[in-house]
Design a binder for this molecule. Structure first.
Ligand code: S3P
Length: 173
């Protein structure tokens, strides 16, 4: 394999957890676009949203994605909103094998309720916000995906195995 494997999907889909397991299984490096962005700026994501707004965050996220498209074979967990910008969708499709980790609303609510580091969910009704986000982005996730994996009934380990099996079946990895 010569290109990165990008994991896309909404907040709480398990991109980082599954991505780390998958990278270990495939013996590839692992990168997390949010983490790369935070390391680069020396600021955390809530702070960037506060100071630069979502638009500033998206601009930085796009720069990070461009760099991660450099061709190194690795597993990359992306931020849930990476698919919003058309140029990002183009980059993902052109430079990587894209796996959409899909999960139902209830699972997303449950998995994101455990921490408060996601600015978009610091609202009175995070479930309604997640529902709106899914409606807005579902078509974008599907558009960029080479592979769709449902993670609802899986532990992270099972999900990682499922993705690895599907990649092998697609002769990737
Ligand atoms: C976002 C998802 C987050 C992070 C930021 C915005 C989004 O990443 O990039 O808070 O717009 O869905 P995770 O999907 O890893 O939570």
């Amino acid at each position: 394999m010569t290109q990165p494997i990008f994991l896309v999907g909404p907040m709480g889909a398990g991109k980082s957890t599954i991505g780390k397991l998958l990278a270990a299984q495939l013996e590839l490096p692992f990168a997390d676009s949010d983490k790369v962005l935070e390391d680069r700026t020396g600021a955390d994501i809530p702070w960037i949203f506060d100071v630069e707004g979502e638009a500033g965050f998206r601009r930085r996220e796009s720069e990070v994605l461009r760099d991660l498209c450099g061709g190194t074979p690795q597993v990359v967990a992306t931020g849930g909103g990476i698919v919003l910008l058309p140029e990002n969708r183009k980059l993902l499709k052109a430079h990587g094998f894209v796996v959409y980790l899909r999960a139902g609303l209830e699972q997303l609510v449950e998995r994101t309720s455990k921490n408060s580091n996601r600015p978009l969910l610091q609202v009175a009704d995070p479930k309604a916000k997640l529902r709106e986000i899914l409606q807005q982005r579902e078509a974008f996730y599907s558009e960029v995906a080479d592979l769709v994996c449902d993670t609802d009934d899986c532990t992270p380990k099972q999900a990682s195995q499922l993705v690895a099996d599907r990649l092998a079946a697609n002769a990737v990895g």
